[in-house]
Ligand binder design. Structure first.
Ligand code: NZQ
Ligand code: ZN
Length: 384
């Protein structure tokens, strides 16, 4: 096992009716900025529940944060938040609203000229306004991690920053808030969580059987519970199980002491930045191709994954690996998430992605063996 440190102080408040606890979770003396997206929280009643919980408290609102939250939109929140002395942010919505809120929290305190430098140049986040969330879409794990992914529309960039200061103080996870999710977003969330686990599990063996089995437990639970929520969107237990899986998939626990891959996420972010596919769609395209490209390097874990998650015990070593990859693709497609570039009409301009990694001097994957040329080969596999 590799060395690691682990700390995760986010308070999780999980279950039916928990939105009512938001008032108690935010210190009484705070001026709150409540952030949200395009209006789903007004249609499904979550907005009203939050407002009721915060009755009599100073609450400002900032809505309109879009999926793949944009720098351009988020910057609009700053003047008012600073002027009104906002000292707590409450994100109500999915991962995009939460990531956008993390950025606003860091940008309010940022002393440099251009907050984009936090993303583009890794400018340090020395402090941030504290934040909490009511999460309505299980997918990203953002509710219990330090990451935020922000897009800049004008330059077609999508970049990540990570800071301990933007870890949510609390996350309210009420599975009933997810009943209203459209099937596409439900499926996206399952795929995203599934790939988060794989990025931390399907690497090379470092003799960490606990982490392996924690990962396999989440994968198998998603395989069992995912189809249930697709079939019955108001199945509370299935929604609860998917929600807790998604949080556990990217709260740092699975990464303890093991190598991380993340090539698929990096390639996927470029696919979203250039072509606008949803985050999970980009992963469903890129992950099978990464598995195929890296089948030798990942052979041992691919066979373990095939056997323990999909019950594949027959066939030659190579056949078992191919079967595991096919099972993964079938699972994504069974949820309605397509797995090839052509399914989205993407054919041209892919060389821009390799060029970007070239410019960044990037070498991706758990072995750092995926450079710009290999990214090109992986994108070719995404076409087949
Ligand atoms: O904007 P509203 O009206 O709220 O509608 C949203 C949005 O259109 C809707 N929605 C959310 N909850 C709903 C609902 N509709 C009905 N009922 C509900 N309960 O769903 C749509 C998508 O929402 P979004 O927040 O964009 O989805 P998701 O949670 O999948 O977040 C995706 C973003 O997170 C980033 C992605 O790159 C992408 O930008 N990621 C963040 C990570 C992190 N912070 O650790 C890791 C991930 O790998 C990922 O990169
Ligand atoms: Zn993801």
């Amino acid at each position: 096992m590799l060395n690691f440190t682990y700390e995760n102080p986010t308070q999780i408040v999980f279950g039916r009716g928990t939105v009512a606890q938001v008032g108690r979770l935010i210190p009484r003396d705070r001026t709150i900025l409540m952030t949200y997206g395009g209006g789903s929280i007004k249609r499904n009643g979550v907005y009203d529940q939050v407002m009721k919980a915060l009755k009599g408290r100073p609450v400002l609102e900032f809505g309109g944060i879009e999926p793949n939250p944009s720098y351009e939109t988020l910057m609009k929140a700053l003047p008012r938040a600073r002027r009104e002395g906002v000292d707590f942010l409450l994100s109500v919505g999915g991962g995009s609203v939460l990531d956008g809120t993390k950025f606003i929290a860091a940008a309010i305190d940022y002393e440099g000229e251009e907050p984009w430098d936090i993303l583009a140049k890794g400018a340090p986040v020395k402090s941030a306004v504290p934040l909490g969330c009511v999460l309505t879409l299980p997918a990203t794990g953002s509710e219990m991690n330090r990451n935020a992914v922000i897009s800049r529309r004008s330059t077609k960039e999508k970049l990540v920053f990570t800071s301990r200061h933007t870890l949510p103080k609390f996350a309210v996870l009420d599975p009933t808030t997810t009943f209203s999710l459209p099937p596409k977003q439900t499926a996206n969330g399952i795929v995203d969580a599934f790939v988060h686990v794989l990025e931390q599990y399907l690497t090379y063996d470092v003799n960490a059987p606990l982490q392996d089995r924690q990962a396999e437990a989440i994968l198998r639970t998603l395989v069992e519970e995912g189809p249930k929520v697709m079939k019955k969107p108001k199945d509370y237990d299935a929604r609860a199980n998917v929600m807790w899986c998604a949080t556990q998939a990217l709260n740092g626990l699975l990464s303890c002491g093991v190598p991380g891959d993340w090539a698929t996420h990096q390639i996927g972010h470029e696919l979203t930045a250039f072509y606008g596919v949803d985050h999970a769609e980009s992963l469903a395209i890129a992950y099978p191709a990464v598995m195929r490209h890296q089948r030798k390097e990942k052979a041992k874990k691919l066979r373990q994954y095939g056997e323990r998650v999909w019950g594949i015990r027959e066939g030659s070593r190579d056949e078992r690996i191919e079967a595991a990859i096919e099972k993964t693709e079938e699972f994504f497609r069974s949820l309605g998430v397509k797995t090839r570039l052509k399914d989205y009409g993407i054919a041209k301009g892919l060389e821009r992605i390799g060029a970007r990694f070239q410019a960044r001097g990037a070498s991706l994957g758990e072995r750092g063996n995926i450079g710009p040329r290999e990214v090109g080969e992986i994108l070719t596999l995404c076409r087949k």
